[in-house]
Ligand binder design. Sequence first.
Ligand code: PEP
Ligand code: MN
Length: 378
Amino acid sequence: MVVKLDTSQIKDWRGFKGRPFLIAGPCSAETEEQVMETARQLAKINKVSVFRSGIWKPRTRPHSFEGIGLEGLKWLKRVKEETGLLVCTEVANERHVYEALKYGIDMLWIGARTSVNPFTVQEISNALNGVDVMVLVKNPVNPDLELWIGAIERIARAGIKRLGAIHRGFSAYEKTTYRNQPNWQLPIELRRRIPDIPLICDPSHIAGSREFIHEISQKALDLNYDGLMIESHIDPDKALSDPLQQLTPNELKELLSRLILRNPSTSDPRVLDVLGELRQQIDIYDDHLIDLIEQRMKVAETIGHYKKENNITILQSFRWDEIVKRVMIHGQAKGLSTELIDTIFKAIHQESINHQMKIMNNGVIKKHKISKRDKISG
Ligand code: PEP
Ligand code: MN
């Protein structure tokens, strides 16, 4: 079901300097000097529309730096007056909204730990009623599209027109390369459900580490995101929060120069747009497939250890037969050919055996080939 909201396109937002709409600034405001100097350097890049800075910080554990508080709002006001950049900060309750508005903050964002809670989002919405301010809603920490849509709807109900969504990735229990796993499919679905919603990517919180910020930003642009929110600090290594994922303003400038803004250039851009989006979806599914196979291999390895401890052979034909029967029935029900299922699962099974062999032989891979007898038949 498509959700119709009365929101304005990002090109009509104040401060818009072209795609990508760029929001940059430190994770947290720490000192007046740090805030002012970062803002001055960012303003010089000429591409930043909005200066971000956390004033109240939601930290995973207590005793970490939890934000400078009210004092920082004065610094943001100064940033606005001296650099001309618009300013934004995170609000997590009604009081934050009132304080931020009092200091003329232009844009508010709702963090991932807040958008997860409808009570709090409603409280923020009530405080925003009838106010003209830009608001961005980050995805909730867990990949729940309805919860994200619900938070956006609540804010829209307050009459907020310049309203957008931020994809900042989703937390995972397992240790992953990125700090917060991006789920590129989810914002695509969000856009299908709320077609006009401006979409911003937060590569800093997805990456958790500087080295991945470029590739994530490029991916977001290729997926047609409207903007980027990137953390930038004059001295990232000394930052009181998120030191590993912040860039100096100079590094940010360099990263921006390497981003490719792809524009379809044929006589029928509409066809190209659709094609481009579909191809991106294919890439996403392919990445998912590889991730899934990796996870399957990890389970196979655990089984390998278990078999070793209990002195059981790697190949147990009854189990392989069971797998074959199951996937054939499942595959057929999904309209997939027996040939495809046969090829894929034989390859996957072979790979699992190789991984288990490696465990049995203490790290030395001895390849085992599945015999003809093991061929899957429909
Ligand atoms: C932030 O932007 O600094 C922040 C705390 O983000 P998130 O809510 O995405 O964790
Ligand atoms: Mn941060």
